[in-house]
Write a protein that binds this ligand. Structure first.
Ligand code: NAD
Length: 350
């Protein structure tokens, strides 16, 4: 700690390492002191930003001025770097997915407890406003009791051609995006997940999943779908939520969307729809006399709260927002989804 400011060193200064470097500029009580990356070009870049470029991980860990090690390397390296850093007395902010299996995660949690350091994971999408809006609608019962939630992230660029396409490095969309959107659903929907069904896609990559559908059934009866696609040239909405009295949709990360809810169950307004081959009253659209459209609640968040909590936790003033048991539950859920994909069966979970 220097001048009552906590000092962080970023290990792995690629896309996300750089993101951490940028956000750490916004704090009075926390700053980025330096960087280590195996790529000399990234170290040179860091030097150009005025950051210390460490020559090795050991050099970072031996620096008594460093309080926090931020790990933003490819996924397979998180565990090894975190264990070493915790044993050197450093607090850890680890990128997601925290690691590749629940057994590895158990080792990391045990090590954090033994070393008495902070071990937290950058589950930054808990601050996504689209997610927080849906959580608000769910909890406030705006739609009445919710019975189905669908969370989708769709792109059309395939899986990136870097380490994300390699199994040995923890590639694949379940570990990349799944860990975010499953974590969000677990945070939103209370109670146990009774069953999990997972189906992985391999459209552009056979080694790892380049998309997936995971369906969870909660003890409460609520069903939730988590879906990621990288071959979706037409995207489905980011969120779709059904309650007994209405439906909410969010189109994209910008929170464009709406709520449509029932105003009059009793009015028989259905005008049968004639299709080329038949007639339907059940599927006839409702009229304005029985439904109303409303705007989504406006929920604001600040991602700086993640690092505010890191500082608060290290200072002993708060407890970590990202709980170890939540990380473990999400990791086990992803493992259950892979088991389901392999067997083609629905698997029991909790
Ligand atoms: P990247 O490939 O852009 O960067 C990884 C960096 O790690 C590279 O600069 C590489 O040279 C370096 N590196 C590799 N091996 C190293 C080692 N042994 N020691 C030190 N540095 C090493 O990848 P990225 O997109 O920045 O992803 C990094 C991590 O951040 C991943 O775990 C990824 O899942 C995560 N991530 C999180 C979010 C989020 O929103 N939370 C977004 C993107 C990536």
């Amino acid at each position: 700690m220097i001048d009552s400011k906590f000092a962080a060193a970023i290990v792995g200064f690629g896309g996300m390492g750089n993101w951490h470097g940028e956000i750490l500029k916004d704090f009075d009580d926390l700053f980025c002191a330096g960087v280590y990356d195996i790529d000399p070009a990234r170290l040179e870049y860091a030097g150009g930003l005025g950051l210390k470029a460490y020559g090795s991980l050991d050099e970072v860990l031996k620096d008594p001025g460093i309080d926090i090690v931020v790990i933003a390397t490819p996924n397979d390296l998180h565990k090894e770097i975190a264990l070493k850093a915790m044993r050197s007395g450093k607090n850890i902010v680890c990128e997601k997915p925290v690691t590749l299996s629940s057994a590895d995660l158990r080792e990391m949690i045990d090590c954090a407890n033994e070393c008495n350091v902070l071990f937290t994971v950058h589950q930054n999408r808990r601050w996504d406003e689209d997610y927080l809006t849906m959580k608000n609608i769910f909890e406030s019962k705006t739609l009445g009791d919710v019975f189905n939630i669908e969370s989708r992230v769709h792109g059309s660029r395939g899986i990136p051609g870097d380490w994300r396409g390699r199994k040995s490095q923890g590639g694949g969309m379940v570990l990349d995006w799944g860990v975010h959107i499953l974590d969000q659903l677990l945070q939103m929907i209370p109670g146990k997940v009774k069953t999990v069904y997972g189906r992985m896609n391999h459209v552009t990559n056979y080694e790892v999943d380049d998309g997936f559908r995971i369906i969870m059934t909660f003890e409460s009866g609520i069903t939730a779908l988590a879906e990621v696609g990288t071959s979706n040239f037409i995207s489905l909405p980011r969120w779709y939520m059904q309650g007994e009295n209405g439906t909410a949709v969010i189109e994209d990360f910008s929170c464009k969307g709406k709520i449509v809810s029932i105003t009059n169950w009793d009015l028989k307004d259905a005008v049968p729809v004639k299709t080329a081959a038949g007639l339907t009253k059940t599927m006839a659209p409702r009229t304005e006399e029985t439904i109303k459209e409303s705007v989504l609640p406006e929920i604001k968040s600040d991602i700086h709260d993640f690092y505010r909590n890191v500082v608060g936790t290290i200072s002993g003033k708060s407890t970590s927002l990202i709980k170890h048991e939540e990380l473990m539950r999400c990791m086990k859920l992803m493992e259950a989804a892979f088991r389901s994909d392999e067997s083609g069966q629905i698997v029991d979970f909790e």
